[in-house]
Design a protein around this ligand. Sequence first.
Ligand code: ATP
Ligand code: MG
Length: 465
Amino acid sequence: MDNSCSIKTVGVPKIHSPLDAVQFIEDNEYVLLNPVVKILPKEAERPLQGVSQHQRPATPIPFDTTNKKCFQKAGPRSRIFFDAETVQVGIVTCGGLCPGLNNVIRAIVNCFYYRYGVKKPIYGFRYGYYGIANKDYISLTPEVVKDIHNLGGSYLGSSRGHQDSKVMVDNIIDLGIDILVTIGGDGTQKGAHQIYEEVTKRNKQISVIGVPKTVDNDLAYVDRTFGFETAIEQAQAPILAAHQEARSVFNGIGLVKLMGRDSGFIALNASISSGDVNIVLLPEAKFTMEELIEYLIIRFKTSEHCVIVCAEGAGQDILPPTGKTDKSGNTVLQDIGLFLKSEIPKRLTEKGIESKVIYIDPSYQIRCCKANPFDAAYSTILAQMCCHAAMAGKTDMIVGSINNQYVHVPLLKATEYRKKVDKNGTYFQAMLDQTGMPEWLDLIRNRKGENQPEIASPEPKLATI
Ligand code: ATP
Ligand code: MG
């Protein structure tokens, strides 16, 4: 196994877990990132040596685990590090909003209180890392959080912007915090790693555990992040509206911009689900205005309307960069939606074609809404896994899920790269089939060689099943 996936602990867990009647997970249980394994050719072809197939003894079948990554399985441990009587927990939410944030906060508070018997009220830092740097917090108890899962947004508030990790760690130590839960995206988890490093420098046994929040579902190594399913569901109404509007005027173009700065998973999945989308524009697939206009002209010969779904990070190369960054240092993107809204009818008019664009940007409505039942359950379980890891003294990691198994991923691994839409994958092909998109876009031409490979483990290993 690749050692870079190993999980750090703040100390040896010696306390018997107060949880009863649960299936404890052991630290040596791992989950394969890619569950597809090949039986070694030599073994598969091994001569039967006079023994018929059904008589052949059931020997273990060696399979090749070269390049296979594994992640530690999440879940309750039989021995924990922190004493529930004295442990002090703090929670922070940073970055943009995402459906499910309040479910995570509520489930963390409830799990620490009800399952582990934590006694001290939990510090809920207000407005992200600003709250830690400025000791701005509220007390969280089950009574306080009992209804927050019915609300969208973040009950604690969120923010962007740099905060000094030394100042934050001064305050974390001053407040007597043993466990810090960081709920946020890549920036937040990079910040969490800095806090971990500062805590380690000071020789403090403080556990830093992240619950990853990215509505775009672009987190490295994990299958799904909470809020993603809700976003796809919420995108359906605007797409339907765009379709109805487009159908109701001559050469109507319904244009919907959806979230997805670097990865177009929401636009891709929402378009497959909808069935009404004709063109999907993703950050992973380059296109030119000439190609887009050419296709619209072809389409208008057979149909008098068109629905375009565009991810916010699509087409950034056809616009001049803004040259701006937000408070956290993230690049401010050009508004591709507004650009297409004005550019498409202009270019069609130049070709003597009348059209009308109906533009819908539902991003804020989507990201601030309450989690759907899938995400509500998923975010709750992730939060519980986070509590188990934290109480066991694990640190510098996030919780996630791989192949329907909950896992621990080191913070640095989780922020190593962004997951991208696989243009050779099932979903991309399903989108092409569903929309009937032609091969004129770079979508097809650049298909090869852009996908993120599974990073090779340093040493080939053998295992048996
Ligand atoms: P989103 O997905 O909404 O962008 P995010 O967690 O990435 O979520 P950011 O605004 O980028 O949101 O970052 C949140 C917090 O993390 C901010 O306070 C920011 O200063 C801090 N942060 C961002 N990037 C880093 C980094 N590279 N190192 C340390 N801290 C960071
Ligand atoms: Mg981010």
